[in-house]
Design a protein around this ligand. Structure first.
Ligand code: CMC
Length: 382
C-alpha cells in the first residue's frame, strides 16, 4: 500500500509550520513580536480603537470612518434580536450544558431561520451579512444561555450601549463601570483574530466544502472549547484559585514545580507559534491587572500568585504567558463567572472567523490531505 507522496518526508505532526492558506487577513510576525491584522499591529489597534472598529476592519476589509463605525454599531444592534424559539431552546438545554456547547447548538439552530437559498449563498456579500448577524446575536445568546442554565432571569440587550458594553451588561446583570468597560473591550480586541489557530483552521476546512458559514462557525466553537485552545482562560482562573486555596503566594512556586514534575501543563503558557516568546497580547493586558485587584478581597494575593507562576514558568521551562493567562485573572476580577470565559473568547473571535470563511469561499480549494498508514498490510477476508 503506497502513497503518491512520501510520508516520511511529508508527515508533519500537528501540521506545525505548514502553510495551509494564502490570506490577506492576519499574520503572527514572531520575529518582530507583532500580530498584524490587515497591515495593522493588533496591539496598536487594541490601544487606540474599539472592538467594533477592529471587527469592521476584519469583516468589511477596512477600518471604518466615524460614520461607517456608527452604521456598523447600529447594524449590530438591529441584528442582535434573536428569533423567539432561541429562548425556548435555551430553556430546553440540559442543566449541565457548557455555555460553549450552548453557543454551538444555538448557532447551528439559527441556520434554519435563513432562507435556504441565502443560507447556501457563499458570496462575500452574503457571508458578511450572515456573519454580522451571527456576531450581533452571540452576546445575547452567550449571556442568556448562562443565565438560563443557572436559573437567572433573561436580560434584554441595552438599547443604547455599544456592542461590548452591552455584552458585559448582560453578563453582569448590571451597568458596568467605566474601567470594566474599557478593559473588557480591550480583551475582546485582543481575542478578535490570530492567524491560523485550530478553530480558524476548522472553520476554513468546513467552509472549503462550500458548507455554509453557520456550519463553519459551529465547528469552530467545538474546536475553541478544547483546553489546549480557548479553554485555557478558564483553566487559568481555576488554577490561581486552587493555589490560593492551597496556601496562596507562599506555595505558588512549589505548586508549579510539582505540576511540571508530574509532566502536567500549566494553562495560559506556551504557544505553538510564540512558544519561547512573550505573547504581545499578554504583555498588553497584564498592565490592566493592578487597577482591578482592589475589586476582590483576595485580588492582591491572586496577582502575587499570578506573578510567581509567571516567573517560575520562565525559570523552569523558559515559557511565557499567552493571552489566556492575564485574561483568566482579569475576567475573574471583573466578576465574570468562570464558565463564561471561553464563550466570551468565541464571541470576540467571531469577527475573525467571519473574515476567514468569507475569504475561503471567495477563493476556495477543498482541504483534503493524505495519511501515513501504519495499519496492517492488505489481508484477504477468509
Ligand atoms: N506547561 C508545561 N509545559 C508546556 C506547556 C505548558 N503550558 N506548553 C508547552 N509545554 C512544553 C511541553 O511539555 C513540551 O515539553 P517537552 O518538549 O519537554 O515535552 C514542549 O513545551 C512543547 O510542547 P508541545 O505540546 O509539543 O507544543 P505545542 O505547540 O503542541 O503546544 C500549546 C502549544 C498551546 C498547546 C501548549 O503550549 C499548551 O498546552 N499550553 C497550555 C494551554 C494553553 O495555554 N493554551 C492556550 C493557547 S493560546 C490561546 C489560543 O490560541 O487558544
Amino acid at each position: 500500500m503506497s502513497n503518491t507522496t512520501d510520508p516520511t518526508k511529508n508527515y508533519i505532526p500537528g501540521l506545525e509550520g505548514v502553510i495551509a492558506v494564502k490570506t490577506e487577513i492576519s499574520i503572527l510576525d514572531v520575529e518582530k513580536g507583532k500580530i498584524i491584522i490587515r497591515g495593522y499591529d493588533l496591539i496598536e489597534l487594541a490601544q487606540k480603537k474599539h472592538y467594533t472598529e477592529v471587527a469592521h476592519l476584519l469583516i468589511k476589509g477596512h477600518l471604518p470612518n466615524q460614520e461607517e463605525h456608527e452604521q456598523f454599531v447600529n447594524d449590530l444592534q438591529n441584528k442582535g434580536k434573536v428569533p423567539s424559539p432561541v429562548n425556548e431552546l435555551m430553556r430546553l438545554l440540559p442543566r449541565n450544558t457548557h455555555v460553549m456547547d450552548a453557543q454551538r447548538t444555538i448557532v447551528s439552530f439559527l441556520a434554519g431561520f435563513e432562507d435556504p437559498e441565502f443560507l447556501k449563498d457563499t458570496s462575500p456579500e452574503a457571508n458578511i451579512e450572515k456573519g454580522t448577524k451571527i456576531l450581533a446575536r452571540l452576546p445575547y445568546i452567550t449571556a442568556n444561555a448562562y443565565r438560563e442554565l443557572n436559573g437567572l432571569p433573561i436580560i434584554d440587550s441595552h438599547p443604547t450601549y455599544s456592542f461590548s458594553d452591552n455584552f458585559l451588561y448582560m453578563i453582569l446583570g448590571k451597568e458596568p463601570d467605566e474601567v470594566s468597560r474599557e478593559v473588557f473591550d480591550k480583551t475582546l480586541t485582543c481575542y478578535v483574530e490570530h492567524e491560523m489557530p485550530n478553530s480558524t483552521f476548522t472553520a476554513r476546512v468546513i467552509a472549503s466544502t462550500l458548507s455554509d458559514i453557520y456550519g463553519a462557525i459551529t465547528g469552530a466553537i467545538a474546536s475553541l472549547k478544547g483546553p489546549l485552545h480557548g479553554g485555557a482562560n478558564e483553566a487559568v482562573a481555576y488554577m490561581l484559585l486552587e493555589i490560593l486555596e492551597k496556601g496562596g503566594a507562599s506555595v505558588a512556586k512549589d505548586y508549579v514545580k510539582e505540576k511540571l514534575a508530574r509532566k502536567e501543563r500549566i494553562m495560559g503558557f506556551g504557544h505553538r507559534v510564540y512558544m519561547r516568546k512573550y505573547d504581545p497580547r499578554a504583555a498588553l493586558l497584564k498592565d490592566y491587572i493592578p487597577q482591578l485587584i482592589d475589586r476582590h478581597p483576595q485580588g492582591k494575593e491572586l496577582y502575587e500568585i499570578y506573578q510567581i507562576v509567571e516567573e517560575t514558568m520562565k525559570e523552569e521551562k523558559g515559557l511565557y504567558p499567552n493571552v489566556d493567562y492575564p485574561v483568566g485573572l482579569i475576567y475573574y476580577l471583573l466578576g465574570i463567572p468562570i464558565p463564561l470565559f471561553t464563550p466570551i473568547f468565541l464571541v470576540a473571535r467571531t469577527a475573525g472567523l467571519v473574515a476567514h470563511v468569507t475569504e475561503q469561499h471567495a477563493n476556495n480549494r477543498l482541504f483534503r490531505p493524505r495519511v501515513w498508514y501504519v495499519g496492517p498490510e492488505y489481508r484477504p477476508l477468509d
